[in-house]
Design a binder for this molecule. Structure first.
Ligand code: SAH
Length: 259
């Protein structure tokens, strides 16, 4: 045998933040058309079971190995889907798959590779509270698993000093207990105490919790692994409303060169 007659297919599919209402029609079709599904178990659990479809669950940290396994499977001629929460291109599996593709056998490059976007956590959280990402913003992962902490601090400082609203992914975990406290401390030295801060936890799931606070009062204890944090800029404002949750927005215009 000289390899498969039909080139394999691999789709990296974003499931959105939780509830099935966030799944795009394109993502649904990609999942339905796959012979094999690869992903972190908690994400695979969100995909309805289809007869004859293989499921390969792996640990959350085994991203490179999972991506390589999915590519090998597709190279056998199969139609494979790798699932990610939110958008697969945002701190997730799409880059892991492409890293493996770049380093892997030449034959993998003939595969039909497709990235299917999803609603990423920062957009779901932002929509819950208003329009905090209405002007220039910056998404950062606070995880120092794959980059040194000094780089996280340098990027936070640069982004906050330049006046970007910040969307902070991966704020805290059992293995990374102090980083969020340190990040908030650093931001308090750069931005006004009254800067609006949003903690959006498990948005789009049954245990969703969204809270609005200020940079001065922001408590790292309010966050867990399922939380995305938005830190406003000097253009981020809060509209108080009688009997309703306040709305947060960042003005579409900014003046001057300072943050
Ligand atoms: N690809 C995902 C992000 C993966 S990184 C996406 O596009 O959303 C994992 C981080 O995403 C978590 O630590 C948290 O910061 C954020 N996150 C993922 N799902 C979330 C949700 N439903 N609500 C709030 N934050 C979420």
């Amino acid at each position: 045998m000289s390899g498969p007659l039909v080139p394999g297919r691999l789709a990296v599919v974003g499931l959105g933040p939780g509830d099935a209402c966030y799944l795009t029609a394109e993502a649904e079709a990609a999942l339905a058309g796959a012979e094999a599904l690869y992903g972190y178990a908690a994400y695979l659990d969100r995909v309805p079971v289809r007869q004859g479809q293989g499921r390969y669950a792996s640990d959350n940290r085994a991203e490179g190995a999972r991506a390589a396994a999915a590519l090998r499977h597709a190279a056998e001629g199969a139609s494979v889907a790798v699932v990610s929460g939110g958008d697969p291109g945002v701190f997730a599996m799409a880059a892991a798959v492409l890293e493996e593709l770049a380093a892997g056998p030449e034959s993998w490059r003939a595969l039909d590779i497709k990235i299917v976007p999803g609603v990423t956590a920062m957009l779901a959280v932002a929509a819950r509270v208003g329009a905090p990402l209405g002007h220039d913003f910056c998404a950062l992962s606070l995880s120092d698993n794959l980059k040194p902490w000094e780089l996280v601090e340098r990027r936070l400082t640069a982004a906050a000093s330049a006046g970007f609203v910040l969307a902070l992914y991966n704020p805290i975990s059992r293995a990374r207990p102090w980083q969020l406290g340190r990040a908030l401390e650093l931001l308090r030295g750069l931005l006004p105490a009254s800067t609006p801060v949003v903690f959006g936890r498990a948005v789009g799931r049954g245990d969703e919790r969204v809270t609005l606070t200020t940079l001065a009062a922001a408590d790292p204890e309010s966050a867990d692994m399922a939380t995305l944090i938005i830190v406003g800029s000097r253009q981020t404002h809060v509209i108080a409303r009688p009997g309703r949750a306040p709305l947060v927005y960042t003005s579409r215009s900014a003046e001057g060169a300072s943050a």
